[in-house]
Design a protein around this ligand. Structure first.
Ligand SMILES: [Zn+2]
Length: 1037
């Protein structure tokens, strides 16, 4: 029996390899990133979080010399723990303790939020323009003892960009020797509001070791204002944390600490000293605390890191209990376990052994963490226990000390030998596809991606094109160099014109032949004398092409990547022109958001059954053209595929991005023939699943292909009205085949305490994950309920929950007297989400939002990570021009140990006031990247990016991503690429000139302001507070 795991601390050379261009080859890294054992690792991390260039290493957290967090190329090293470590690299010890989490400092509202609130200084710059708050702002700014020269500026005499109390031209609040962002009296490394001697996260008057919530209890409700309204921290590291889904409380056994059972440090490790070990570490854990590594919160993020012990308590709490899952998102290697002949599982509930399975009876029994039944280990898995009750071999058993591990699955986990990776490209070649340039871009995307596909001799690739006919390309001869084109005029009769082997050829032999064909396609179908050009070919026969693609993957499964731009108009699967954008936001829209026919859903189910998936790339070139996304998108939803939707496709602007997105979709690690099952502790079941999959049985998700970008969500419900245990466990088991043909089981286990009081639930709530699940459920309801009812349901749930909180025994610790600290950003997220075009009626008339756009948005919401939904609720806005106030922004610097890190500029609050005429900013709303350029900044910004004062916006968009890395332009590109690279592929990028027709779209993203009929954030908080007060007065405790 072999039990093996990698050395978590790869040497520097290996990290450099992983960050280097060209290191995207999965196979190469599979071998390069060896652990000390010399065993290939379970997952590679090098295919990249960085979809757009492959140039920049994946950021993780690193503390630089100044104490600031930065994105780095390397995990923290020298932690002092020489135990195996899995993918999730927690921040360095002390970091979490010192850095207040993203829920903000709850006490911020207490002691004068303006100076305490992280980012308050930046906020002041923008908040000043709100005249409602001018008086209080002025008073507070004066309280900051700012040195002013001459006559202070008053509110009446202020000009844009100035702050109260400052003379024109004086940099706000700066004194000689200060750095941007610092306040008077601050020293380098300090944060706004800190005083000398304080550590980050501390507030005035606090002693080291105190928690922010420990002081300044609120007895009377505080009215929400611009200054005290909770918002995410705006510093560089916090922006990264938000985008990267790391603004998270540590779940798992570590969170047992919060229930008073255990004191842990930032690594999730018990704090030494103090109470005896057995009192600090749950007795039910199979490993000693110093060995334990938890599951990455990005793989599984729970809505609350404590679970209610009763259905009635859950009902009282009101918010959904669930988890957002990205089972392949480990970012690094997992330990791989080989159990020999039998995988160690509970004989009763079939869950996999994990760190919560305690061995007893001198090692002859172990207790299942899910169903609590006792199991006997097979003789080859037996080991004696040491004097502390742990198996003597525990340090060689990753399954007993890692929250996540992977199993080499024996043959009984295969229904057939692993199939070769099969890729079939189905590409539209109608005149519209040619003239828009889509075919050129698609061909380039496929061509570049061929080099990224797994290519160990098993991979097969085929190409089909379609207009009003379906065209095959058959290869034969040496190196498959003899190409013949076969046109099938009768699209209603399905038969393959030649052997599948001649259409889908082995990649390692046919690479050149495939590339030659791809190069030829645009001229073959080009309108100017192309051999295959036909004006009668305008009508798309996509449905027929899909059926032929299905025939090719029938025996092997695989991936169909379909690129289309016009509505299917003939043959099977044709769709009606039922476009009616006036229905948006009305009761008629529900019908339009539902599929018009079941053809594509049925095809998806058929394909899923043969282990095939469809990635849909939809690029409609004509403004206003209708493709019926609602009807076609189920094709990717139920086959576990991707949907990439790019309306108003313009080759000059979107071509490069499409190529990069396709490279990401095809180059990332992909698991095949996968099924996923989620098990919860006895008494709890999975009620609802969200994501792209085919539900095989009540709790088994079929995923013909799965990759790190695939996000799922699950909501829990109770089978038993009362849970009898103290720890709640969730286990995600993903059985899949690697591209190299190995069958693996990836197991993630989370354990959190079961609690009996609503206070403990509020202490452990996760606002981002909760908002994410709420938004998903609401999006799915749009097809069945009135928009107004969906919106009201979201707000009412928040009111009810907060009313319960108000009646709880911890209300005296709350932010603004009605918000628990853990949920302090929850109102911000939901009011922002309710302002998105998905849930807001206002947007429709303003910026040409159409029915297809809304359908696509609904499908995006289904696979959004919690980071995506929080950014949808509160966009990330970063200054891009001028950057003179942020000399470090956009600069990669090599710190100690050769660590390369990019610094982002601090974010700005989502308010129109931050859009200044002489500036350019980046706005990331989770779905798109918008580069907003003020009128007075166009020339300067263009000069920085392209070296000329005048350029068109399309070229400017390209120059935001592509170009050299020197100078200020290089810094701008580094910022944009870094933020985009942290996300999944496919975010369209627009340059919006101030005052243009897309300005309304940008204005709607300034979610702190009023928009249309919707309240500003502060008004929303005021309204929420009064509703909570009324509700709390009428609800019995
Ligand atoms: Zn069990």
């Amino acid at each position: 029996m072999v039990s093996r795991y990698p050395n978590p601390y790869l040497n520097q050379q290996q990290h450099e390899n992983q960050g280097a261009p060209g290191s995207n080859d999965v196979t190469q890294n599979h071998q390069a990133a060896n652990g000390v054992s010399g065993v290939p690792l379970a997952a590679n991390q090098a295919y990249g979080q960085y979809a757009y260039t492959g140039q920049h290493p994946q950021p993780v957290y690193q503390q630089d010399a100044s104490g600031a967090m930065a994105s780095t190329a390397q995990p923290p090293s020298a932690s002092g723990h020489d135990v195996p470590q899995q993918g999730y690299m927690p921040p360095p010890a002390g970091q979490v303790d010192q850095q207040p989490n993203a829920y903000g400092q709850g006490g911020a509202a207490i002691n004068g939020a303006y100076t305490q609130q992280p980012g308050g200084q930046q906020y002041a710059q923008y908040a000043q323009q709100d005249m409602n708050s001018m008086q209080s702002l002025t008073a507070q700014v004066q309280n900051m003892n700012m040195t002013t020269a001459g006559q202070p500026v008053t509110a009446e005499s202020m000009q844009p960009g100035m702050q109260p109390g400052l003379m024109p031209g004086v940099q706000p609040s700066m004194q000689p020797g200060m750095q941007p962002g610092m306040q008077p009296g601050m020293q380098p490394g300090m944060q706004p509001g800190m005083q000398p001697g304080m550590q980050p996260g501390m507030q005035p008057g606090m002693q080291p070791g105190m928690q922010p919530a420990m002081q300044g209890y609120i007895e009377e409700p505080t009215a929400p204002t611009m200054e005290n309204a909770p918002r995410p921290r705006l510093e560089s590291a916090d922006v990264l944390a938000r985008i990267n889904d790391m603004d998270i409380k540590q779940p798992s056994v570590a969170s047992v600490a919060s229930s008073g059972m255990l004191q842990v440090d930032a690594m999730g490790r018990p704090i030494q000293g103090g109470a005896p070990q057995e009192q600090r570490w749950p007795a039910t854990v199979a490993c000693p605390p110093e060995l334990y590594y938890n599951t990455s919160p990005r793989c599984a993020r729970l809505t609350t890191n404590a679970f209610p012990n009763a259905r009635s308590l859950a009902k009282k709490y009101g918010l959904p209990l669930g988890a957002v899952l990205q089972p392949m998102e480990d970012g690094a290697q997992l330990p791989v376990v080989n159990f020999g002949s039998g995988v160690v599982r509970c004989r009763r509930c079939r869950s996999y052994i994990n760190f919560m399975c305690k061995f007893t009876q001198e090692g002859r029994e172990w207790k299942c963490s899910m169903c609590m039944s006792m199991n006997k280990p097979a003789s080859e898995y037996y080991a004696a226990l040491d004097q502390n009750g742990y198996r003597v071999d525990v340090s060689r058993r990753p399954e007993l000390f890692c929250g996540s591990y992977e199993v080499e699955a024996p043959t009984q986990y295969m229904v057939r030998p692993p199939m070769p990776p099969m890729y079939v490209f189905v590409v539209e070649v109608t005149p519209t596809a040619i003239s828009s340039g889509l075919l050129n871009a698609a061909v380039a995307g496929i061509r570049d991606s061929l080099d990224l596909l797994p290519n160990s001799g098993r991979t097969r690739v085929g190409i089909i094109t379609f207009d009003s006919s379906v065209h095959f390309y058959s290869f034969k001869g040496e190196n498959h160099s003899e190409l013949s084109t076969i046109v099938l005029p009768d699209i209603n009769e399905v038969f393959l014109p030649t052997l599948t082997d001649r259409i889908a050829i082995p990649l390692h032999e046919g690479m050149d032949a495939l590339k030659q064909l791809l190069d030829k396609l645009p001229e073959m179908y080009g309108a100017e004398g192309g051999a295959m050009a036909s004006h009668a070919a305008e009508k798309s026969a996509f449905g027929a092409a899909l059926i032929y693609g299905q025939a090719i993957v029938e025996d092997t499964g695989g991936k169909i990547m379909a690129v289309l731009c016009t509505r299917p108009k003939i043959g099977p699967g044709l769709t009606r022109d039922r476009s009616d954008n006036t229905a948006l936001g009305t009761d008629r829209e529900r019908h339009m958001l539902s599929p018009d026919s079941t053809f594509y859903k049925q095809k998806a189910v058929d394909l899923a059954r043969v282990q095939a998936t469809v990635d849909l790339i939809i690029c409609t070139p004509t403004v206003g053209s209708f493709l019926d996304v609602a009807t076609i998108a189920p094709l990717s939803k139920y086959s576990g595929g991707d949907l990439l939707y790019n309306p108003n496709f313009v080759i000059a602007r979107d071509g490069h991005l499409l190529v990069e997105s396709m490279k990401r979709m095809l180059g990332r690690e992909t698991g095949w023939e996968a099924v996923m099952r989620i098990r919860a502790s006895q008494g709890v079941r999975c009620k609802t699943f969200h994501g792209r999959f085919f539900l095989k049985s009540t709790d088994l998700l079929a995923l013909p292909s799965v990759d790190p970008d695939k996000t799922f969500a699950v909501e829990f419900d109770y089978d038993d009205s009362l849970l009898e245990h103290t720890v709640f466990c969730v286990q995600i088991a993903l059985l899949y085949t690697t591209s190299a043909g190995e069958r693996r089981i990836r197991v993630h286990t989370i354990a959190i305490p079961i609690v009996s009081s609503v206070s403990e639930l509020f202490s452990n709530a996760d606002a981002s994950a909760t908002a994410s699940i709420v938004a998903r459920a609401a999006a799915e309801n749009l097809k069945d309920k009135r928009l107004e009812d969906v919106r009201k349901s979201v707000s009412d749930t928040a009111v009810n929950t907060l009313a319960v909180y108000k009646q709880s025994d911890m209300k005296h610790q709350s932010v603004l007297g009605f918000l628990p600290e853990s949920l302090s950003l929850y109102p911000l997220y939901i009011q922002g989400l309710l302002k998105t075009p998905l849930f807001s009626r206002d947007a429709f008339g303003l910026f040409g939002f159409r029915m297809d756009d809304k359908s696509a948005l609904m499908h995006y919401m289904n696979v959004a990570t919690s980071a995506t939904t929080t950014v949808m609720g509160y966009p990330t806005i970063l200054p891009l021009y001028p950057l003179q106030d942020y000399p470090e922004a956009g600069v990669y610097t090599e710190g100690e140990n050769g660590v390369v890190a990019l610094t982002l500029p601090p974010a700005m609050p989502a308010m129109k006031a931050c859009l200044r005429s002489n500036s350019a900013v980046m706005i990331d709303d989770g779905i798109t990247t918008i580069i907003w350029v003020g009128l007075d900044a166009i020339a300067g910004f263009s000069e920085v990016l392209v070296g000329a004062a005048e350029t068109d916006l399309y070229s400017l968009g390209g120059a935001c991503v592509y170009g050299d890395s020197d100078g200020e332009g290089g810094r701008v590109r580094a910022i944009i690429r870094n933020v985009r690279g942290l996300k999944r592929a496919g975010a369209p990028l627009f340059v919006v000139q101030s005052g243009s027709n897309l300005q309304a779209r940008v204005d709607a993203l300034m979610v702190e302001d009023r928009s249309g009929t919707q309240m500003s954030y502060v008004e929303f908080l005021v309204d929420l507070q009064s509703k909570v007060r009324r509700r709390a007065g009428t609800v019995k405790n």
